[in-house]
Write a protein that binds this ligand. Sequence first.
Ligand SMILES: Cc1ncc(COP(=O)(O)O)c(C=O)c1O
Length: 402
Amino acid sequence: MRAVDFDKLRSRFHLPDDKVYLDGNSLGALPRKTEARLQEVISREWADELVSGWNTKQWIDLPLSVGDHIAPIIGAKQGTVVCCDSLSINLFKALNACLEVNEGRSLITLEDGQFPTDSYIADGLSQLLGSDRCRTQAVDIAALTPETLSESAVLLLSHVDYKSGTLRDMDAITTMAQSAGCLVIWDLAHSAGAVDMDLEASHVDFAVGCTYKFLNGGPGAPGFLYVAERHHDVQNPLPGWMGHARLFDFEAKYEAAPGIKRFLTGTQSVLALSAVSASLSVFDGLAMRDVRAQSLALTQHFINLWEQSSILQTHATLVTPTDDALRGSQVSLALDNAFPVSQALIADGVIVDFREPDIVRFGFSPLYNTFSDAERAIESLETVLSSERYLRPEFQIRSTVT
Ligand SMILES: Cc1ncc(COP(=O)(O)O)c(C=O)c1O
């Protein structure tokens, strides 16, 4: 078996020479192919083909063809993934579907401290449907037992926690929830493209994810939705013409298309989906276990350097688990003055981000980050802390996105 040439993979991305980019867990870097492909779609397909492009360039198929391209990366069967809308919107569809499948139950269980959009969407659905049909409860994930799920229609949780970078055991949690008669939706925002998984083998019911993080689809790129084949007859709560069985018959009555297609609602952005499609081709031929091994090696290297640094031992607490089985593809450190520290790192060319209340996240994208990126980030953090450079007024100013 040939080892993966990660230097070659890195060369497939645009990465500024003067920066260490450790925020691929927020926005993935631009693959060179994607830049070229977008240019082609604009100047050859859109410009020359105009409306014919929906047929001649198969634009109409993009949500499903891109879904099929995502499928092997997350261990899903062909025809079970659609790429459309945003993670948040797809989550709304999935939650409603779970209430339909598990119609004797009305409780959505989610984790305390989950990424906020997940609980906003669940609470919004509860308000819309009324508390008889839909209620929510937030629980401590560590205390989950089949008993706590005995009344739940669905458990919604993140595969990798966005703040701490903790990886959850998809297999064990799914089995446990299902043994209590509860369906499971996994939020793959921080794992798809960096962590190997097998949704089919883990018997997952539904999953949602983003393509703009480790899948490198571009800023605001569409989300995706996985629906296990056994649930393909449920309703889309947002039925639109793109999910109709015969969309260009313009029938007055809605009839859902068979399969995953029914989860489409309206017209999707061809430019955005074309970008995702090109970015996914960087994964072609890669085994996700090799990608995962590289991710673990990178984060382990960063953790080793943190352990060896006396200044970091004093000022920065490791929040991410050291156990490989529990670590996603980022390392989170808790620090006093975390926000200004993150800004001082960015000013020094080490691109990280900050999450409330005191977390600086160092995200490692296995396709393009290097071991020297980890070294440079640790050196920069040591300098920022020892020089107290982060106290400068310019590092206290918050923009909208942190
Ligand atoms: C864990 C998690 N869930 C959901 C979302 C929201 O995704 P979107 O804004 O694409 O709907 C994000 C965005 O970063 C996220 O990190």
